[in-house]
Design a protein around this ligand. Structure first.
Ligand code: NDP
Length: 244
């Protein structure tokens, strides 16, 4: 029996990269999974690959009306949420002199506003003791000159998780950030030129980028009852990058 047998999980950004790896891992551990993203084609692919226990739902997490519609569907189909992974996020590489207002707003809208309202709008559906995971990043504590705003959004997410952990009623939910370092996803490959990626990998103590599945195993732990006393923390899976 899987460690998430019988649990209902919502994973935003669940149709690509790290989120898709988490959706796969949750499915393999027995969860009923709702994978969320904007690209319908990628949602359809995830559904086709993983079968009837996985439902793809189109939703832009930066839009409150779309979050309402998302949770109305989850309520109708599953009635509750045991595991919520607010993982949808975007990064735009632009140093101080190049960053535009539009890029700034896009990153804060998806990463920070999106994470907050993904959690807030889920509240009525959360089962007691539900596990909430926000995807952070080592960029929160090891900011890169080419990603100053992205790093600021991830620092905000980390702070948000701590505040929400502090604000929970006893046993209501637990919430943690899961902070990857460099992970080999299309998102990262689109973000940084190959020479920058190679240079980044060389600075990681384990000597390479992570595969999305290596982040998903930590997401399984944080979702499962095995982590029942882990709360308000930042769980790094970064090959040691931000730890030394
Ligand atoms: P990808 O670009 O591969 O995937 C991003 C996911 O987020 C997609 O599923 C995308 O789906 C979804 N998404 C983006 N914007 C929205 C939105 N407004 N509403 C709903 N879904 C959205 O990125 P990664 O898998 O690499 O990143 C996933 C998370 O991990 C992000 O939060 C990222 O910041 C974080 N992270 C990644 C690292 C890395 O090295 N890859 C390192 C540290 C953190 P769609 O386009 O269909 O909307």
């Amino acid at each position: 029996m899987g460690v998430l047998e019988g649990k209902v999980a919502v994973v935003t950004g669940g149709n690509a990269g790290i989120g898709l790896a988490i959706a796969r891992a949750y499915h393999a551990e027995g969860a009923r999974v709702f994978a969320v993203g904007r690209r319908q084609e990628e949602l359809d692919k995830a559904e086709a690959e993983l079968g009837p226990q996985v439902t793809g739902i189109r939703c832009d997490v930066g839009r409150l009306d779309e979050l309402d519609a998302l949770y109305a569907t989850v309520a109708e189909q599953a009635g509750r949420i045991d595991v919520l992974v607010a993982n949808a996020g975007i990064g735009i590489a632009a140093p101080l002199g190049e960053i535009t207002e539009e890029q700034f707003d896009a990153m804060f809208n998806t990463n920070v506003k999106g994470s907050l309202f993904t959690v807030q709008k889920a509240m009525p559906l959360l089962s007691p003791g539900a596990s909430i995971i926000l995807t952070g990043s080592t960029a929160a504590t090891r900011p890169q000159w080419v990603l100053p705003v992205y790093g600021a959004t991830k620092a905000a997410i980390r702070n948000l998780a701590r505040g929400l952990a502090h604000g929970a009623k006893a046993g209501q939910y637990r919430i943690n950030t899961l902070s990857p370092g460099g992970v080999r996803t299309q998102g990262l490959i689109d973000l940084l030129p190959p020479e920058h990626l190679a240079a980044a990998a060389a600075t990681i103590p384990v000597g390479r980028l992570a595969e999305p599945e290596e982040i998903a195993t930590a997401a399984v732990f944080l979702a499962s009852d095995a982590s029942s006393y882990v709360n308000g923390t930042d769980f790094a899976v970064d090959g040691g990058f931000a730890q030394i």
